[in-house]
Design a protein around this ligand. Structure first.
Ligand SMILES: NC(=O)c1ccc[n+]([C@@H]2O[C@H](COP(=O)([O-])OP(=O)(O)OC[C@H]3O[C@@H](n4cnc5c(N)ncnc54)[C@H](OP(=O)(O)O)[C@@H]3O)[C@@H](O)[C@H]2O)c1
Length: 369
């Protein structure tokens, strides 16, 4: 699939990468994002092979844990299309080629075996187990350059990158509140604070995470299912579901909906958010969707363990009832936990529209700076 033939040696404007390499990286990022790839512990990765004239001659992407890596897929696609070995080609990859044998062999070896002459990658692999690919390739005489469209590559695997960098999963706290900041009415009822469009949006966001977490309080009061359901309210297949996690010391009744077979469930018998995240990280989980309730949210916020907030604000007043956060122990405006707005949208139609705010907590060190 030739896509333009830039002059050999054309290095693009001030980047050190040819315009063919830049175009190939954009394509590799596109194939990496393939929506058909299920959630899993592995990053999304794309690879495009370029010939000496800068033509894109093969591509591949990683289909998830246990499947060949993107580089191997692209090499196979090249062999299938052209027969002979891809000697002298340039491999353009969204993530530094791995250098370890996991469920599959090291990509560095596959690239060396194929006689690849140059490797261009976007994001360095910070995973201590797989890192070192660039150094191995260089030591074997391959021309290697990294950092091309790195920010874009990091955003493709936002949670994976965060988890590798921080040694814990990324945490998104979701809440649905009335205009006066209540998530449940005085009698404890909370269905439904948000409108249908907001609830659909919540399911779409749950599906992007690999854990849905709630406290025992919410599970005992609301008996939520905490799974991902489609537009017709049918649960997705159990294999496509995030892990359900319930945190707290109390036991749940055997008939709790969170214990049905529609998805896996883990009970985190702790009140320490750090321990809970460590347990989820050990289960290879990278993105927690924290659905409350108010006491658990406060614990995560107080520990500085909320990385993103998704709030649905409904045009209703509840007058009393449960606050969105209970027990944050803030006494004066100077102690306010401030958030930075990343996105605002309205969901639904007419007078029942909800406002969705996506926000990032401003960390104490950022406030001082
Ligand atoms: N509208 C919304 O978005 C929304 C979302 C969720 C909940 N809600 C509402 O919130 C209400 C429930 O409130 P809640 O505060 O009881 O729910 P919660 O925060 O889900 O549960 C609190 C319980 O979690 C356990 N827990 C575990 N770690 C904790 C920690 N570090 N700090 C504090 N507690 C910890 C404790 O139970 P153990 O004794 O078992 O350890 C605690 O009693 C319900 O009415 C529900 O409808 C609304």
């Amino acid at each position: 699939m030739p896509q333009g033939t830039p002059a050999a040696g054309d290095t693009g404007v001030g980047t050190g990468f040819t315009s063919a390499e830049q175009a190939a990286m954009r394509r590799a990022l596109q194939v990496a994002r393939n929506p058909g790839v299920p959630l899993g512990p592995n990053p999304r990765v794309g690879c495009v092979l370029l010939d000496a004239a800068g033509r894109q001659v093969a591509e591949g992407f990683h289909r998830g844990a246990g499947h060949p890596h993107a580089e191997v897929e692209a090499l196979r696609a090249h062999t299938a299309a052209y027969g002979g070995p891809p000697t002298g080609l340039t491999a353009v990859v969204t993530l530094e080629p791995c250098d370890h044998t996991g469920r599959t062999g090291p990509c560095t070896q596959a690239l060396l075996d194929a006689g690849i002459g140059r490797v261009v990658f976007a994001q360095p692999d910070a995973n201590p187990v797989a890192a070192g690919g660039a150094a191995t390739l260089r030591a074997a005489g391959v021309d290697v350059a990294g950092g091309l469209l790195e920010d874009e590559a990091r955003s493709v695997n936002r949670a994976w990158t965060f988890a590798v960098d921080h040694g814990r999963p990324f945490v998104t706290w979701k809440l649905a509140a009335s205009l006066d900041g209540r998530v449940a009415a005085a009698d404890g009822s909370s269905r439904w604070v948000s409108n249908e469009a907001a609830r659909r949006d919540t399911h779409a966001r749950r599906a992007q995470c690999d854990v849905v977490l709630a406290g025992t309080g919410t599970v005992l009061v609301d008996d939520p299912q905490l799974n991902v359901r489609d537009e017709t309210d049918r649960p997705l297949l159990p294999t496509r579901q995030p892990l359900r996690a319930v945190m707290g010391l109390r036991s749940l009744p055997a008939g709790s909906r969170v214990l049905d077979g529609s998805a896996e469930t883990v009970l985190l018998r702790t009140r320490d958010p750090r321990d809970a995240l460590a347990e989820l990280f050990a289960l290879d989980r990278q993105h927690v969707f924290l659905e409350g309730g108010p006491r658990l949210a406060a614990a995560f916020l107080a520990a500085g363990l909320v990385d993103e907030v998704v709030a649905y604000v409904a045009p209703m007043l509840l007058g009393g009832g449960t606050h969105a956060v209970e027990g944050l122990k803030i006494n004066t405006i100077a102690e306010a936990l401030r958030l930075e707005v990343a996105d605002v949208a309205t969901l639904g139609t007419g007078g029942a529209r909800n406002v969705r705010l996506v926000m990032t907590p401003v960390r104490a060190e950022e406030r001082k700076g």
